[in-house]
Design a protein around this ligand. Structure first.
Ligand code: UD1
Ligand code: UDP
Length: 361
């Protein structure tokens, strides 16, 4: 049977693109199943177009809902879809609900699972993603890690060493491949942005879901906007709560729709600093050498602190940290080992060997 990639949310698409490309180059048959967790043109289709991902073979149209409802819809749809494709291996990405649902469905069907971006841990179980990471890794047969800390977490949890492969970071493959297209001047012109700005992305439930959290975030952003102009391509999740908390009326803030990948990365590349609660953005700023302030009490990506420009901030420390970051003077360290644009090829090599060992193809 084919390799079946299951993707559903924006960060999945950015991570899957280089893996799909490398497996295609290796001549292995593969299908792409889109769960439909993300469905807006700007949260989904734009990535397929820009990143050369093949059109999904199917879109399950699962859509939004509470964790229970969304997960139930994912499990129901995948339980019908996956057996029909007789996968040799199901490949899942990152830590979204689609990731866990696909791993769980495959495991129950007796289909082996490969997890790309395994072993990351925030040790904060109030994050839905931490639960997804723990359970997905538990169910996986092949675990592809982006950094040595992830390998250590998996080993400490008892995952046999021969299942774990340190391959680097496929999200950085995508960045490396498309870097020449990231054009800050073009993005500034398209959205009439100032020359000097900080980019903000916020979508974590802890920062935007409750009225109280949103009010605290807006207060912090108001202080930050007094330091430097802010450009905020807003995730749909934060839109209502942050607007209700008055973000639309903060001086020095430009609110944008979510951007396509190439424009977003152009915006990041030209930024004086970045404020975020995104996982991927912590990694991308690490490689671009852009100062990154992460509005979270923890990160599952500690190499961005040790090998990058990232630091953790609270709503109270954001503005002073931003002032300091803008003064610069901090030399960007070397990017983490193996974040070199070749993670997809390494993953493809491991999967090809794994298939051969099992007498496939
Ligand atoms: C999901 C992931 C999160 C990841 C983020 C990346 C889970 C538990 N969370 O969070 O880890 O960082 O994706 O972007 O899987 N919505 C739209 N249009 C869309 C998609 C969503 O308007 O195309 C709105 C809906 O109101 C929806 C809300 O955003 O209820 C949340 O969407 P959902 O996919 O449940 O979680 P995210 O917050 O996007
Ligand atoms: N991204 C984008 N446009 C945006 C915001 C993000 O193209 O407006 C890209 C960017 O590459 C980022 C990825 O989408 O790393 C995933 O971002 P998100 O913050 O949604 O997910 P997370 O990494 O937090 O799970």
């Amino acid at each position: 049977g084919p390799l079946v990639h299951v993707v559903g949310a924006r960060p999945n698409f950015v991570k899957a693109a280089p893996v799909v490309a490398a497996l295609r180059a290796a001549g292995l048959p593969q299908h792409v199943v889109h769960t439909g967790q993300h469905y807006d043109e700007r949260m989904s289709q734009v990535f397929f177009r820009e990143l050369g991902l093949p059109e999904p073979d199917v879109d399950l149209g699962v859509g939004s809902g509470s964790h229970g409802r969304q997960t139930a819809a994912l499990l129901t749809a995948l339980e019908d879809e996956l057996p029909a494709r007789s996968p040799a291996l199901v490949i899942v990405y990152g830590d979204v609900n689609s990731t866990l649902a696909a791993a769980l469905t495959a495991a129950r069907l007796g289909v082996p699972v490969a997890h790309v971006e395994a072993g990351l841990r925030s040790f904060d179980r109030s994050m839905p993603e931490e639960i997804n990471r723990l359970l997905t890794d538990r169910l996986s047969d092949l675990l592809f890690a982006t950094s040595p800390d992830a390998v250590a977490h998996l080993a400490a949890e008892g995952v046999p060493a021969d299942r774990i492969h340190l391959v680097g970071n496929p999200m950085i493959d995508t960045l490396t491949e498309h870097l020449p297209r990231f054009d800050p001047a073009a993005v500034r012109a398209a959205y009439r942005l100032p020359d000097r700005y900080a980019v903000v992305t916020l979508h974590r439930p802890a920062n935007v879901d409750s009225a109280r959290a949103a009010a605290e975030a807006v207060r912090a952003l108001r202080e930050a906007a007094a330091v430097v102009e802010l450009v905020i391509p807003l995730h749909p999740r934060g839109r209502a709560a942050l607007a209700a908390a008055g973000l639309d009326r903060v001086p020095g803030v430009t609110l944008l729709e979510p951007l396509g990948y190439v424009e977003f990365m152009g915006l990041l590349r030209g930024a004086a600093a970045v404020v975020t609660d995104s996982g991927g953005v912590q990694e991308e700023t690490t490689v671009l050498g852009v100062e990154c302030l992460t509005l979270r009490p923890n990160t599952e990506r500690p190499v961005t602190l040790t090998h990058g420009t990232n630091r953790l901030v609270t709503p109270g420390t954001l503005a002073p940290a931003l002032r300091k970051a803008l003064k610069g003077g901090r030399a960007a360290p070397e990017p983490p080992p193996l974040w070199d644009g070749r993670a997809g090829a390494r993953i493809a090599r491991v999967i090809a060997g794994w298939l051969e060992d099992r007498g496939h193809g």
